[in-house]
Design a protein around this ligand. Structure first.
Ligand SMILES: Nc1ncnc2c1ncn2[C@@H]1O[C@H](COP(=O)(O)OP(=O)(O)OP(=O)(O)O)[C@@H](O)[C@H]1O
Ligand SMILES: Nc1ncnc2c1ncn2[C@@H]1O[C@H](COP(=O)(O)OP(=O)(O)OP(=O)(O)O)[C@@H](O)[C@H]1O
Ligand SMILES: [Mg+2]
Ligand SMILES: [Mg+2]
Lengths: 259, 259
C-alpha cells in the first residue's frame, strides 16, 4: 500500500503547492509512482501541472461528496509516473457539506484506504492542503501516514507552527493514532537574509531532526514554472530550485527506507 | 460614520496582513483615526502590532459569537491613532458556529453598523481577512463599503483573482449592493523580475484604474518588522517599504476624498 503524506500549513503562501508538485516530480523522475490529491479549492496543484479546466469534470469534490470511484477521478499529467486528482472551486463548499456527515473527518481516509488502492501501484500519495485548519485539512491528516510541513523562512510562518503541531497532536489522539510528522522543510530560504538564518536556527533548535537538512532556496525559476504548467524540474532542470527538490526527494526516500 | 474596507484575497501569503497593518499605520501617521479588525484565526495582525496573548481575552470571536459590546474588545496599539480588535485561534470555529445562525452573513455587519459606531470617531476600519472565501471573509465583505485586494506579483496569485471578483459580485448582488472594489495593490513587486513586470502589465490591462498606481516592492525590512511588533513605518521609517505604504495611503485618501 502507498504511503500517504499530507502537505499542510495553515499559514498562507509558504510553499505547500510548490513543494507538493516538485517533491512529487522529483520522486517520479527517479521512477517512483506518485499520486497528488489537490485538496485546495484554489486548484493550484492542478494548474501548476497543466490540468486545463475542461479536464476537471470529476474532481476531489466528487470523490469526497458523491462517492465516485477513485479510478474515474485520477488524471495523468505531462510528468511521467505522476498522476493527480484535480480540484476546482467547488471544493470550497465541501467543508460545510461534510459537516453534516457523522463520519466527517474520515471521509477522505475511507476513499484512500479502499481495498483496490494497491491495484494502482502508487508508491506515495501527496495531499496538497488549503491554507486553513478546516475540515478539508483535518480529513487529509486523518487519511495520512504523516504530515510534511513547508516552513517559509519568515516571522509570521514560525508563529503559526505551534498551532499546527497542536492540531496534529489532536488528530493523532482522536482519529489517527499512527500520524507522524514527516518533517519540516525550510522554503524560500535566502542565506543572505538574516531573518532566514534566524528562522533556521530557531527551527533546528526547537524541532531538531524533524527539520530536513535540505532547504529550498528562494529561486525565481521556481515561481516562473507554474505559468508554463510544469514543475521546476522540467521547466529548468539545472536551476538551484530543481536541484534542491531533488535533494529533498533523496532525503525523503532515505528517511522512508530506514523506517 | 467610518468607511469600512475588507482586505481580502483567498490566495495565501499575498500581503493581506502586511497591507492592513502598514496602510493603517500610514493613515494613522497623518492623523486619521483607524481601527483594524483581525478576522484571521492566525491572529497575524494582532501579533504584528504587538498584542500579547494575555491581552486577547476578548477578541473578534466574542464580538461575533457572544454579542459582546464593541467597546470592550477594542485595544489601543503602540501606534498613535491606531486601535485593533485582536484575534486568536478560537476564531477558527466561528465558521461552523455562525453557520447555524440564519443571519450568518450579516453578523459582523450588525456589529459594525450599530448606532454607537460614530461615537468612536474612526475615519476608517480595515478588516484583515483569512486566506479563504469562507463565512468569515463573506461577513467582512457584507459589512464593508469596499474590498482592497493585495495582489502578489506571482502566477498563482493572478490565477485566483477572477474567482475573488466573482465572489465580490455575488455578495453585491445578494447581501451588500453598495460593495465596491477599493483597488488592487501589487505587493512584493520586484522590477528586476520579469514575472513581476508581466503580472503588472496583465493586471493593468484587465483591471485598468482599479489597480493602484502605488506598488509595494519586495523589501526585507517589511518582513522583519513584525518580529519587532511594529509596522515597517516605525521599524524602519525611511525604508522603501515604509515609503511605498505612505504613497499608497495618500493615493487611497485621494480616491476617497474625490468620491
Ligand atoms: N523556492 C521558491 N522560490 C521562489 N518562489 C517560490 C518558492 N516556493 C514558492 N514560491 C512562490 O511563492 C508563492 C507561494 O507558494 P505556494 O503557492 O506554493 O504556497 P502555498 O502554501 O501553496 O499557498 P496557499 O497557502 O495559497 O495554498 C507562489 O507564487 C510560488 O510560486
Ligand atoms: N513587500 C514585502 N516585502 C517583503 N516581504 C513581504 C512583503 N509583504 C509581505 N511580506 C512577507 O510575506 C509574508 C506573507 O505576507 P502576509 O502574511 O502579510 O500575507 P497574508 O496574505 O496576510 O498571508 P495569509 O494568507 O497567511 O493571511 C510575510 O512573511 C510577510 O512578512
Ligand atoms: Mg497552495
Ligand atoms: Mg494574513
Amino acid at each position: 500500500n502507498p504511503k500517504i503524506v499530507a502537505v499542510a500549513n495553515q499559514k498562507g503562501g509558504v510553499g505547500k503547492t510548490t513543494t507538493t508538485i516538485n517533491l512529487a516530480a522529483a520522486l517520479a523522475e527517479i521512477g517512483k509512482q506518485i499520486l497528488i490529491i489537490d485538496l485546495d479549492p484554489q486548484g493550484n496543484s492542478s494548474t501548476g501541472l497543466g490540468i486545463q479546466p475542461d479536464r476537471r469534470q470529476l474532481t476531489t469534490f466528487e470523490l469526497l461528496l458523491e462517492d465516485i470511484d477513485l479510478k474515474s477521478v485520477i488524471l495523468e499529467t505531462d510528468v511521467e509516473n505522476l498522476s493527480i486528482v484535480p480540484a476546482t472551486v467547488d471544493l470550497s463548499s465541501a467543508d460545510i457539506e461534510l459537516y453534516t456527515n457523522e463520519k466527517r473527518v474520515f471521509v477522505l481516509r475511507g476513499v484512500l484506504k479502499q481495498q483496490s488502492m494497491s491495484e494502482f501501484g502508487f508508491d506515495f500519495i501527496f495531499i496538497d492542503c488549503p491554507p486553513s485548519l478546516n475540515l478539508l485539512t483535518i480529513n487529509a491528516m486523518v487519511a495520512s501516514n504523516s504530515v510534511l510541513i513547508p516552513l517559509q523562512s519568515e516571522f509570521f510562518a514560525l508563529e503559526g507552527l505551534s498551532q499546527l503541531m497542536l492540531t496534529i497532536r489532536e488528530v493523532r489522539a482522536t482519529a489517527n493514532k499512527d500520524l507522524r510528522i514527516e518533517g519540516v522543510v525550510l522554503t524560500m530560504f535566502d542565506s543572505r537574509n538574516n531573518l532566514s538564518l534566524l528562522i533556521e536556527e530557531d527551527a533546528r533548535e526547537n524541532l531538531g531532526d524533524l527539520v530536513f537538512k535540505s532547504k529550498i532556496p528562494r529561486n525565481v525559476r521556481v515561481s516562473e514554472a507554474p505559468s508554463h504548467s510544469k514543475p521546476v524540474l522540467s521547466y529548468d532542470p539545472i536551476s538551484k530550485g530543481a536541484q534542491s527538490y531533488r535533494d529533498l526527494a533523496s532525503e525523503f526516500l532515505k528517511n522512508n527506507q530506514r523506517a
